[in-house]
Design a binder for this molecule. Structure first.
Ligand SMILES: CCCCCCC[C@H](O)CC(=O)SCCNC(=O)CCNC(=O)[C@H](O)C(C)(C)COP(=O)([O-])OP(=O)([O-])OC[C@H]1O[C@@H](n2cnc3c(N)ncnc32)[C@H](O)[C@@H]1OP(=O)([O-])[O-]
Ligand SMILES: NC(=O)c1ccc[n+]([C@@H]2O[C@H](COP(=O)([O-])OP(=O)(O)OC[C@H]3O[C@@H](n4cnc5c(N)ncnc54)[C@H](O)[C@@H]3O)[C@@H](O)[C@H]2O)c1
Length: 309
């Protein structure tokens, strides 16, 4: 009995220690999502290392974070703009950058991966980080569409591996899907839930099923909009206006595809089509494929379905 009690107390205190431990976060990938996650984590008092493959990309990420913080500060300090700059600088101080993931994970409690939507590339990254990171470090992927268990299989820490799926733009979107893969321990899952709340987000619990909740519903809808247009049944402008004014969506499907990135959208669709080739919901779109082949990836390259300034 005394043993059970001691065990119980020890497990409670180690669980509390683990929760308290998520202070130092490494974000891998400084693109649309990684930069947003870094911004939110830094804004909520976490120390953040943002990693990407080159200094040039990291400079672009830092610039993006700063301009997003300026938008936040403009609203938050509308009455006292002089306090806005101090607010921005305080948050930026919490972020450092690196091109060497293996060296920076040595001091981290949580790794959040937000790199390209490709299973092999994510597995290679996590396989290497698994050897470099301390025992207690939790790994999480921000994948939109890949099974967390498949990504985690490249590591020996299945119990400390889960999904943290954020939404774009991260500073504005309140939801985080927290994904429990079959190997994810309850303690890890609880830590990820708690971390999401510490970021000021609203977490929902998801199973490790294709697209979790949001994308399982959103991807077929967005693809059907493109097919409707490909069939000549509506202009992209009319479809966008229709869904905004008729269904109350903040963006139409073509605006949202450009916002998300057409390359990422194509990675998601191709992956699901390969796994389930007879499912008409995931059939590839010739128009989307053409735009990606032309390097028109949406807002991030200045042109996708639409031209962007
Ligand atoms: C085919 C397969 C595809 C599937 C893809 C799945 C992808 C993925 O896995 C899941 C997703 O993320 S799915 C995608 C999920 N995402 C969605 O579905 C998004 C749908 N869209 C929306 O919710 C809204 O349109 C927005 C919130 C983006 C903008 O709000 P708006 O009212 O339409 O227009 P506004 O005038 O521009 O902005 C107003 C104010 O908001 C603030 N602010 C905005 N951005 C900011 C930033 N980055 N930083 C800081 N602040 C930012 C700012 O204060 C700004 O005022 P300012 O004076 O201009 O500074
Ligand atoms: N775009 C969205 O709306 C959205 C929303 C939710 C989740 N996601 C998911 O988040 C992930 C990232 O998407 P994104 O839109 O930010 O992509 P992005 O193309 O904007 O950024 C990806 C970044 O990762 C970097 N990168 C690639 N391989 C790397 C490596 N091995 N090490 C370090 N950095 C590397 C790239 O240089 C790039 O800067 C994907 O898995 C995507 O499915 C995207």
């Amino acid at each position: 009995m005394a043993f059970v009690t001691r065990q119980f107390i020890r497990s409670l205190s180690s669980s509390a220690a683990l929760h308290a431990a998520i202070k130092h976060v490494t974000i891998i990938g400084g693109g649309l999502m990684g930069a947003g996650i870094a911004q939110v984590a830094a804004s909520t008092g976490h120390s953040v290392v943002l990693v990407d493959t080159s200094e040039d990309i990291l400079k672009k990420s830092a610039k993006g974070i700063e301009s997003s913080l300026k938008r936040v500060a403009k609203k938050k300090f509308a009455e006292k703009p002089e306090d806005g700059e101090a607010f921005i600088q305080k948050i930026l101080k919490n972020i450092s950058t690196s091109t060497d993931a293996a060296s920076v994970v040595q001091g981290t409690d949580l790794v959040v991966e937000a790199i390209v939507e490709n299973l092999k590339v994510k597995q290679d990254l996590f396989g290497a980080l698994d050897k470099a990171a301390p025992e207690h470090t939790i790994f999480a992927s921000n994948t939109s569409s890949l099974p967390i268990a498949d990504i985690a299989s490249s590591t020996a820490r299945l119990d400390r591996f889960g999904g943290l799926h954020f939404f774009n733009p991260v500073p504005m979107m309140k939801l985080v899907e927290v994904i429990k893969a079959p190997g994810t321990s309850q303690q890890t899952f609880d830590s990820l839930l708690e971390f999401s709340k510490a970021l000021g987000k609203h977490p929902v619990s998801c199973k490790d099923t294709p697209g979790f909740i949001v994308n399982r519903l959103l991807v077929p809808y967005m693809l059907e909009a493109v097919r409707l247009h490909e069939r000549g049944h509506g202009s992209k402008e009319d479809i966008d206006v229709a869904m905004k004014l008729g269904a109350g969506y903040p963006m139409g499907p073509f605006e949202l595809l450009d916002y998300v990135g057409l390359d990422t959208s194509k990675f998601i669709i191709d992956g699901w089509h390969e796994k389930d080739p007879d499912n008409p919901l995931f059939a590839p779109s010739p128009l989307l494929n053409k735009l990606v082949a032309e390097g028109k990836l949406g807002k991030k390259t200045g042109e996708g379905f639409y031209k962007h300034k």
